[in-house]
Design a protein around this ligand. Structure first.
Ligand SMILES: [Zn+2]
Length: 123
């Protein structure tokens, strides 16, 4: 109960959009926010509270063992493989770092994903 209701409220806690191009896919690296769309980097006003919770692209809190889907095509570093949008990944594990999800992607293998590029699903 209440999961749908919490959905839109949680979105307000996502990182702010890029001030240059308004991309919603910005991510945090150390003290900077970085936009993957245009490459803009800037300092957020408030200190990060990211350590406590890992949230997906729409603000759902992720936990170890969750199932997520990838929301955009992601190049796999060091290979020509691409994790296609919609790929379902089961049994994620949350880790520290730039790529905060450790998981086994079907057809790709063990790799790190960024939580802002996935969405939690019930299955
Ligand atoms: Zn941008």
């Amino acid at each position: 109960m209440g999961t749908q209701e919490g959905y839109s409220r949680a979105m307000t806690q996502a990182l702010p959009p890029c001030p240059e191009c308004a991309s919603a896919f910005c991510y945090q690296m150390d003290a900077l926010l970085i936009c993957p769309e245009c490459g803009h980097e800037w300092s957020p006003d408030a200190p990060s509270e990211e350590a406590a919770e890992v949230r997906d692209s729409v603000g759902n809190v992720l936990s170890d063992g969750d199932t997520v889907t990838v929301i955009k095509d992601l190049k796999v570093k060091g290979s020509s493989s691409v994790v296609k949008v919609g790929t379902k990944v089961r049994g994620i594990r949350l880790v520290d770092g730039d790529h905060d999800i450790d998981c086994k992607v079907p057809g790709i293998g063990q790799m790190g994903l960024k939580s802002q590029f996935v969405k939690k699903v019930s299955d």
